[in-house]
Design a protein around this ligand. Structure first.
Ligand SMILES: [Zn+2]
Length: 136
């Protein structure tokens, strides 16, 4: 079985999934249909992006619902690798947008723009190579 490895948490052996206590006073419930979490258990899920199995760890769940303030009906559908990749792409796209708007970019900014654009093309998130060509 192809199981995604989390950079912070080791995958448990089958039957040894961790369960930790939840604190309902720290959770956000959308409506009564979704119960508050009294506890969290490591959950084995399938990533909707890459199709691999991954653990949504009890500690991650507690962090999502009690620290980050995610609503209790929010579900984890992507593995940690796909989530990290999405965050990186979003950050690059934002950077690209900002650099593109500069009227008189400094040499360092031009260089950064080119690298950002090339990275986006390389990972298949930007098709238009002509935009990069404009800046050399
Ligand atoms: Zn994935």
């Amino acid at each position: 079985m192809d199981l995604v490895k989390h950079p912070r948490f080791p995958n448990p052996n089958p039957g040894e999934e961790e369960t930790i206590k939840g604190d309902p006073s720290q959770q956000n419930a959308t409506d009564a249909v979704y119960a508050y979490f009294d506890s969290y258990t490591d959950k084995l899920l399938t990533c909707q992006k890459c199709g691999r199995k991954f653990y949504f760890f009890a500690k991650e769940q507690k962090y999502w619902y009690e620290v980050l303030g995610f609503w209790n009906d929010a579900r984890c559908i992507h593995c940690v690798e796909c989530r990290t990749k999405t965050h990186k792409v979003k950050k690059l796209q934002k950077e690209y947008e900002l650099l593109q708007k500069l009227d008189n970019p400094l040499p360092d900014e031009v260089r950064k723009f080119r690298i950002t654009a090339k990275t986006l093309i390389k990972i298949g998130c930007m098709k238009d190579r002509s935009k990069v060509g404009k800046l050399g």
